[in-house]
Design a protein around this ligand. Sequence first.
Ligand code: CTP
Length: 401
Amino acid sequence: MLAGKRILIVIGGGIAAYKVLEVIRRLKERGAQVRVILTHSGKEFVTPMTVGALSGEKVFSDLFDPTEEQDIGHIVLSRDTDLILVAPATANLIARMANGIADELATASLLAAAAPIIVCPAMNQRMWAHPATQRNAAQLAADGVRFIGPAEGRMAERNETGVGRLSEPMEIVAGVEAFFAQAEQPKPLVGRHVLVTSGPTIEPIDPVRFITNRSSGKQGHAVAAAAARAGARVTLISGPVSIPDPSGVDVVRVETAQQMFEAVFSALPADAAIMAAAVSDWRPTSVAHEKIKKTAGDPPPLLFVENPDILATLGHGAQRPKIVVGFAAETTSIEANAARKLATKGADYIVANDVSATGGVFGSDVNRVRILSKSGMDVWPTLSKEEVAERLIALVADRLR
Ligand code: CTP
């Protein structure tokens, strides 16, 4: 599967650098062409001689070495490749990447890269857990960088265990193979426009208060990411969430249901719409311009009006996308409620999930859903939200075909 693939490995300065020698060997065994850039601190852990012997290629390290730049140059080095693997990626290297710092050949090449990048972090567990590193890693993920690991286990420091270890060489190789397998998969949604709503809406009461629904946005964002991977142009209309934007997706940020409604209709036409947002059914009749003051013993009444039903308006409207998918978050009579929503909302599919206290869906990374359509019901096993998204997009792609 890796035959002829050109892989550039950036080796950072960490104890785990020696494990990457094994990665080089295994990638070469599988037919890949491997070139290596050593960071300056990487050279403290493995020698250019060893790396060169294993890769069978010249090893690069210095940005201002005229012979190296003449040989190939950092721009060519990072462009002439199908994948860049950064391993071990130290906290420092991740921080430099996240901030676009190009202070040596390795980081300059990463900044000039056109190829996809996979980062394999390796550091002490406290460094990995530090908010600065987490922020940097989230930034890289939002920039479209993929991650393998870090793994959990013993640290190089005595008596320390936790999350931060470099993934085992064979796990890294498997991750690289999975990357190419996915990259070479057919993209059934090329040329299609997919609309996705995600997250909650918030409905203001006064300048400081609002009502909202529980929703992390994880499922909706995963659907948008899966549609983008399938080649679609994706518009993701999202209420306030604290997760990063999926890469390769146009994100429209909204707060209220009315704003979401307008954003959806101005994003049309679309081939498919997947409405995963937890839209507030009601909003306060009026929004107070000033903060409502507390008067002892006299709580203010809250009056509501109904919000427009975005899904139902779309499902029955003139500009209806060919495929319309709704979600049904239920605490009781899940199937009956979902079946009713299929009809009233004019949807082709309803993805029903149990959000009762025992369902364990909110904020969780897994989901257990049933898919209702006119032709019946399909019960899916407990899956990660990414897997639910993949399957859903496969279903949509099938129907669009
Ligand atoms: N939905 C929408 N606009 C609304 C309310 C809901 O687009 N104003 C969409 C949601 O994004 C979801 C589906 O409708 O895809 C079902 O949402 P849910 O809250 O389960 O259904 P409701 O219609 O609000 O019904 P109920 O609150 O009675 O369960």
